[in-house]
Design a protein around this ligand. Sequence first.
Ligand code: ATP
Ligand code: MG
Length: 564
Amino acid sequence: MRQSQLFLNTLREVPAEADVASHQLMLRAGLVRQLTAGVYSYLPLGYRVLNKVESIVREEINETGAQEVLLPTIQPEDLWIRSGRTYDYGDDMFRFKDRHDRASILGPTHEEVVTMLVHNEVKSYRQLPQVLYQIQTKFRDEARPRAGLLRGREFRMKDAYSFETDVEALDKTYRAMYDAYCRIFERIGVKYKAVEADAGAIGGKGGTHEFMVLSDAGEDTIAVCTSCEYAANLEKASTNPLPVPDTTTELSPETVPTPGTKSIEDLTSYLGAEPAQIIKVVVYEADGQAVAVCLRGDHQVNEVKLKNVLGASHVELASAQVVLEKTGCQVGFVPPTVDIPVLFDRDIVTVTDGVMASREQDTHDIHVVPGRDFEVKRVEDLRDVADGDTCMYCKAPLKFQRGIEVGHVFKLGDKYSKAFNATYLDEAGKAQTILMGCYGLGTSRLLPAIIEQCHDDEGIIWPIAVAPFHVHIIPVSVKDEEQMGTASDLYRRLTAAGIEVLLDDRNERPGVKFKDSDLLGLPVRLTVGRKIVDGQVELKTRKNGQVDVLSVEEAYEAILRIVK
Ligand code: ATP
Ligand code: MG
C-alpha cells in the first residue's frame, strides 16, 4: 500500500478523551474512530489488525474440529425470558420493538439462539458431539464503556458452543478449547494467564477459566500463587482461613464516644486501633432484600461470593437511606446484632479485642470478642483475598496482578439445554438432556490488550503476526530519483514475495515520516536515504531499535527471513 493513498490521519496530540495508553495510541495511529460512546469505526489499519486476529482465532478454532456458523443478531426477547436471563442482563441489553410490537433484542451473546437451534436439529446421540462457533458483532449497553475497544457497547467476539452426551466428552472439548486459546495467544505474541473464574451471568456449575492478558490497564485483579500454578480472578480467589489466636482480651466491652467517625480510617485513628480490630458491618440489597455482612475492617466484601452464597441474581450496596430504614442505624454505625439477616466472614473470629458499632450513633463498643459478646451464626468465605493471604494448595504467599479478560471458557452443563428442552435419544431410545459448554473470546478487545503490552513512548510495537503491514519502507526524499527508485523497486519485489509493505511515498519532512512510522509501529522499517549512493539502506527493528546498514539485496533477504 502506498501511504499517500492510505485513508489515514495520524494525530500528534494525545486526544483528551483517552486516558489509557492503548486508547490514545489507537486514536493517534488512526486505527479506529469513535462514533458515539463505546461504538467505533475501524479504519483500514485497525481493520487489518482485527482481521488478522480473527484469522488466527478462526484457524485455531477450526483446528479443534468446531464448525463455523453465523447466528442472527436480532433475537426475540421470548428466548431470554425462557432462559431466565432478561433480568440478569438487565439494562446491558439493547431492547427494541419491531413493527408488530414484538419485543426484540440485539444479541449480547448467543446461548439461547444456539440451544434453540440444536433443540430443533438434533434428535439422536449419533448427531453428537457438535461444536458450533461464530465470529460476530455483539451488543451490550455497558454502564461504563471504557478505554476505546476495551469495553465497547458494540464489539466483536468469537463465541463457540459445544453439545455433548456426557461429562467426559464435555471435559474433552473444554480442554481442546482451552488449548486452542493458549495457541491463539502464543501465536499473537501476548503474555497471558489462564485463571479460575466465577461463572457470572452465563451460569453453569462446571469449571470455568478466564484468559487474562496481563496489564495494569486491566479491570480485573488476579491472585497468583508465588509458588504453584494456582491463579484465580479476585472474584473467585480463595485462601486458607487465617489462624485463630489462642487468647482473647479479658476486658469487658465498654461503650466509648466516637463522634464523626464515618470510615474505618476515621475510627482507627480516633481510637488508636488497627483496621484488623474493627468489626465492620456492610449492608447490601440482594434481590431487594436487606442483608448485612460482618467482616474485619481490613478486609473487603467479595460481592460475587456474597451473591453465590445467597443464590441471588443481583447484589448491591444499600444506600444510606435504605440502611437507616432497614436497620435503624446510620451507615458506619450498624452492629452485627442488627435485626436483618447477617452473614459472617469466617475470619471474623480472628478478632481478639475488637471495636464494633453500638446501636447509638457516634459511639462504639471496644474490647469486643466475636462469639463471646455476640453470636457468630452463619459463617462463610465472603471476602476478597488480600496481601498476606496464602495459596490453598501449597500455602505459599499469593501475589496480585492486573489483567484484561480476553477469553472465557465455561462448562455449562444442562443450564440452557434444560430451559430449551434440548434432548437427544440415547442408544436405548431414551431421551437425555444434552450437556453444553461455551467459549467466548473478545477479538476486538484483543487489539487494545495487545497494544497495552506492546508499545513505548513513541508508539505501538506490533507483534508480527497481527501487524497491519510487516514492513514500512521510507524513502527519505521522494524527490530523489535514486531513493524513490530503490524504494519502489523493493516495494514491488517484497509485495510479490507475499510481504505486506507500506511505502511512505508522501512528500513530507523526514522527521514527520519517522515519527509517524514509530507511532504506527510496523515490525520492520527500511529507510532508503543518502547512503543509497553507496548501495546501502538501513533496516530498523521496531521492537529493540536495532539498526543495521545493509546492501539492498541483504535487506531484501533479511526481511524475507524476519517475516517468514
Ligand atoms: P467483562 O467481565 O469484561 O464484562 P464478560 O464476563 O461480560 O466480560 P463474556 O460474556 O464472558 O464477558 O464475553 C466473552 C468475551 O467477550 C470476554 O472475555 C471479553 O473478551 C469480550 N467482551 C465482553 N464484553 C465486552 C465489551 N463490552 N467490549 C469488548 N469485549 C468484550
Ligand atoms: Mg460484561
